[in-house]
Design a protein around this ligand. Structure first.
Ligand code: FDA
Length: 310
C-alpha cells in the first residue's frame, strides 16, 4: 500500500501532472499562500515586510533537479541577481539565502558534485560580500554525502555556510555530532522526502524522537542551531534546551516556512526568539508546492475542494 504522502511525493517528479496542476487557474491562489510570487521584485517586497516586522528571512529561488549545465548556470545567475537585489537593503544576516544543490547540477552525470561546488561558490562569495550567508538545503538521502562534501569545501572560505540535517534519516545523529562545531550553522528539519526503512525512521513518533535527540546534540554544541519546524512541541523543547544551555537569543533560531503558522512566527519574535521565515519565489514552484501538500492532508483537501468549487 502506498501512503498518500508517498503518492504525492512521487507526483512531484511527474512532468505530465506538473502540466496539469500548473495549467489549473485556481492553483495560483493556493500556491500564493506558500510562495512569495514569481519575480525577484515580489520576493523583495515580502523581505521588506517581514524584516520590518522583526522576522529574518532565508530566500529560496525555486528550482531543483536541473537536467543540463545551462540550467544550472541559470540557477547560479538567479542567486547572484537575488544577492544584488538584497545589497541595497543592507539587511546583513537578517536576509540570507537557501540553495538546493540539485538546481546547481549536483545530479548531473560525470562530476555533478564538482559542478555544483563550482557554481555555488560565487553565490557564497556574493553572500559574504554583503555580510550574509548561504544555507544548503538537503534533498533526497542519496545526496547527503555530496551535499556535506560541498558544505565542507565552502566552509573553508565561508565558515558561516549553513547545512540542513533531516531527523528522519538514521545517520543524522552522527552528522549532527560531526557538525556541532564552532561557527557551524545547522538547520534541523524532520525531512520532506519519501525515504525507505533502510535509511529512515517511518513513524511520526520515531521521527519526532530522533528530532529531539539531534536537537539536544546541536543545542549542547558550540554551533548555531536553526530549528526548522512548525511543531509546537519541538519548538518549545528547543526553547527549554536553549535556556538550559544558557544560550543567548542570537546563538540559535527558529525557522518556519513562509505562509505556515505565521501568527506563531510573530508571537515567538515578540517573545524575543530569533525567527526566520523561509521565503521561496520564482516560477518553478511545483516540486516545493507538492511537498507542502504532502506534509499535511488538510492542505491537499483544501486544494482539491478549491479545484471542484471553481
Ligand atoms: P509537522 O509536519 O509535524 O507539523 C507540525 C504542525 O505545523 C502541523 O500540525 C501544522 O499545524 C503545521 N504544518 C506543518 N507543515 C505544514 C504545511 N505544509 N502546511 C500547513 N501547515 C503545516 N525538508 C527537507 O527535507 N530539506 C530541507 O532543506 C528543508 N528545509 C526546510 C526549511 C524550513 C525553514 C522548514 C520549516 C522546513 C524545511 N523542510 C525541509 C521541511 C521539513 O522537513 C518538514 O517537512 C516540514 O517542516 C514539516 O514538518 P514540521 O517539523 O513542521 O512538523
Amino acid at each position: 500500500m502506498f501512503s498518500q504522502k508517498a503518492l504525492l511525493l512521487g507526483a512531484s517528479r511527474r512532468p505530465e501532472l506538473r502540466r496539469l496542476v500548473i495549467g489549473t487557474p485556481v492553483t495560483r491562489r493556493v500556491v500564493d499562500r506558500f510562495v512569495a510570487g514569481e519575480t525577484l521584485d515580489g520576493a523583495l517586497a515580502v523581505v521588506r515586510q517581514l524584516c520590518g516586522e522583526g522576522i529574518a528571512v532565508t530566500l529560496d529561488h525555486l528550482g531543483e533537479g536541473v537536467t543540463d549545465r545551462a540550467e544550472a548556470v541559470r540557477s547560479r545567475d538567479a542567486y547572484l541577481a537575488l544577492l544584488e537585489g538584497l545589497a541595497p537593503l543592507q539587511l546583513g544576516r537578517a536576509a540570507e539565502v537557501s540553495v538546493k544543490l540539485s538546481a546547481f547540477g549536483q545530479a548531473l552525470p560525470g562530476g555533478g558534485t564538482d559542478l555544483a561546488l563550482e557554481l555555488v561558490r560565487p553565490v557564497a562569495e556574493a553572500a559574504s560580500a554583503i555580510g550574509t550567508t548561504v544555507t544548503l538545503d538537503m534533498e533526497e538521502s542519496a545526496t547527503v554525502d555530496s551535499t556535506l562534501a560541498v558544505l565542507a569545501e565552502l566552509r573553508r572560505d565561508h565558515p558561516g555556510t549553513g547545512a540542513v540535517l533531516q531527523a528522519a534519516l538514521h545517520r543524522t545523529e552522527d552528522d549532527a555530532a560531526a557538525l556541532a562545531v564552532p561557527g557551524s550553522r545547522v538547520r534541523l528539519v524532520k525531512g520532506a522526502y519519501d525515504e525507505p526503512p533502510s535509511v529512515a525512521w517511518q513513524s511520526r513518533a520515531d521521527v519526532d524522537a530522533a528530532y529531539a535527540r539531534c536537537l539536544g546534540v546541536l543545542m549542547r554544541g558550540p554551533g548555531h542551531p536553526m530549528v526548522g519546524s512548525h511543531d509546537p512541541r519541538l519548538v518549545s523543547l528547543a526553547q527549554r534546551l536553549a535556556d538550559h544551555e544558557g544560550r543567548t537569543p542570537d546563538s540559535w533560531e527558529v525557522q518556519m516556512l513562509h505562509g505556515i503558522r505565521t501568527d506563531e512566527q510573530r508571537r515567538l519574535a515578540a517573545e524575543g526568539v530569533c525567527v526566520r521565515a523561509y521565503v521561496p519565489y520564482g516560477v518553478d514552484w511545483y516540486g516545493y508546492f507538492v511537498r507542502r501538500l504532502a506534509e499535511r492532508p488538510a492542505n491537499l483537501r483544501f486544494f482539491l475542494r478549491s479545484l471542484v468549487s471553481t
